[in-house]
Structure formats: structure tokens, C-alpha cells
Ligand binder design. Structure first.
Ligand SMILES: [Fe+2]
Length: 252
């Protein structure tokens, strides 16, 4: 079953390569991201001692979580939802249109669609079904881990402005985001003024991590240090770095 779903996904992506050009940068970016999120979700799931059935659902949610990105890029040439449409909902429409999940049980479909729908919301709403909540939390953590990987390569950011939403590469950063960080608040996307603000927003994500494994991986992979190194070198950023590392090291 999983094999068929993976095959559908790869054929679906191939369609966009045909339309936009073989190895089209932004399509490749989201294709690779998808496979990485699948791996991250499985790794995370294993540490949580999920059953095989739960792991299977976690992998399918990861496989389709950004399926809307391909149509979004094709139609609007942007990955910014506010300038196009919500890519999670667009993805659900595509899955429905192509009847991708029809061979799964109603319950499985509902769990997967819930995780996809809420993978990119600011805050997960209250969920009564613990399985839906768990799957959504796993997907969000796995997604963040891989988005941080993508953004680590700052050369890529410079070459490809769509990655950071065409924000200008101006010096300095917004003090409001620093204050959000100290208040353990996630900055909203509307407040970002330049590339540095975008990086600070990525740092805010540490406050929206659900599992100890993810925190450990953020530390182990040096994401915080690398992002801070690419920001203006000043005392304020050094202090933020220390503060965030400290936050991640203390178990919740
Ligand atoms: Fe997404």
C-alpha cells in the first residue's frame, strides 16, 4: 500500500518536472524535503515507540504534507501562502481530486488529513482524538527539523529568494522578534522585514517543538549556532544564542 502511495507521489512530482523543466530547482527542493520529512518522522516515531500502524500513518502524512507545494509553485510561482493560498489545504484538495487516499480506511484518512491540515498552522487547535494530535505533533516536529536543514545552507538562500519569501538582504533586524524570543513567543510571519528577521523567526520555532528527541536533534545538528553565526555579530545575538541553547538543554 505504502509502495503505491509513494509511486503516486513520484509520478505526481514528475508531472511538474515535465511542465517546468527537469530538475526544476523549487520542485526538487520540495521533493527532497518531502523524503527527508518522511525519514525524520520515522526516526522520531521510533523513539516514541509507535506501533507499526502508527509509523505507517506518520510516514503517509509526511509523504503528502507538502503535496500542495507543487501546484502552489506551478500556479503562483511563490511558496508564500499569504500571496497565493494555504498550501496544506491546496494539498488536501489535490489528494481528494486524485482520490489518493481512497484505499485507506475512513479513520486512517481522517488522521492523515488532520495532520496535513494542521502541519502549518500557527498553533495546533485542541484535538480530542489523541492519535490525531500525536500524528500532527510528529509531522510538525519532523517538518521543522528538515526546514532548518534547508535553511542552513545560506548560499542556497542567497541564490534562491523564493526560500525566504523575497525579503530584502538588508542589515540589522527587528527588535520585536528579539522580544518575542525572550517571551518564548513565535513571531508571526507578517512582521518580517528582512532576511535576518526570517532567521530570527526560525529561531522562535524552538518554542513550538513537541518532543525531547527533536530538541536533542536541534542541539546535536548545531542549528541554533549556525543560524546565529549568520546573523549580525553582536552581543544581543550572542545572548539570544546562549538563551536558546539553555532552553533546549533543560528537559521539559
Ligand atoms: Fe508545509
Amino acid at each position: 500500500m505504502l509502495k503505491n502511495l509513494k509511486e503516486w507521489f513520484s509520478n505526481y512530482v514528475a508531472k511538474f518536472y515535465r511542465l517546468l523543466g527537469e530538475r526544476h530547482y523549487n520542485i526538487r527542493l520540495k521533493e527532497q524535503h518531502t523524503y527527508k520529512v518522511c525519514q525524520e518522522a520515522i526516526e522520531l516515531g521510533k523513539t516514541l515507540k509507535l506501533t507499526n500502524q502508527e509509523l505507517y500513518l506518520a510516514e503517509i502524512s509526511a509523504l503528502f504534507h507538502d503535496v500542495g507545494r507543487f501546484m502552489q509553485w506551478y500556479k503562483y510561482k511563490t511558496f508564500q501562502d499569504s500571496k497565493s493560498e494555504n498550501h496544506a489545504l491546496l494539498g488536501l484538495k489535490e489528494l481528494e481530486k486524485h482520490q489518493v487516499l481512497f484505499s485507506l480506511s475512513q479513520k486512517e484518512q481522517r488522521l492523515i488529513c488532520t495532520a496535513i491540515q494542521y502541519h502549518n498552522v500557527f498553533k495546533i487547535p485542541e484535538m480530542e482524538d489523541p492519535q490525531a494530535k500525536l500524528l500532527t505533533q510528529i509531522l510538525r516536529d519532523a517538518d521543522k527539523l528538515d526546514i532548518l536543514r534547508v535553511f542552513m545552507d545560506y548560499n542556497k538562500i542567497k541564490q534562491e529568494p523564493s526560500l525566504e519569501w523575497d525579503l530584502p538582504q538588508t542589515p540589522g533586524y527587528s527588535k520585536e522578534i528579539i522580544s518575542d524570543l525572550y517571551q518564548k513567543r513565535i513571531s508571526s510571519h507578517e512582521n518580517l522585514k528582512n532576511g535576518n528577521d526570517f532567521k530570527l523567526m526560525l529561531l522562535c520555532w524552538v518554542f513550538d517543538i513537541n518532543f525531547a528527541y527533536t530538541r536533542e536533534q536541534i542541539l546535536k545538528r548545531g542549528f541554533i549556532q549556525k543560524i546565529c553565526k549568520s546573523l549580525p555579530q553582536c552581543k544581543e545575538i550572542q545572548e539570544i544564542e546562549e538563551y536558546l541553547l539553555q532552553y533546549l538543554r533543560v528537559p521539559v
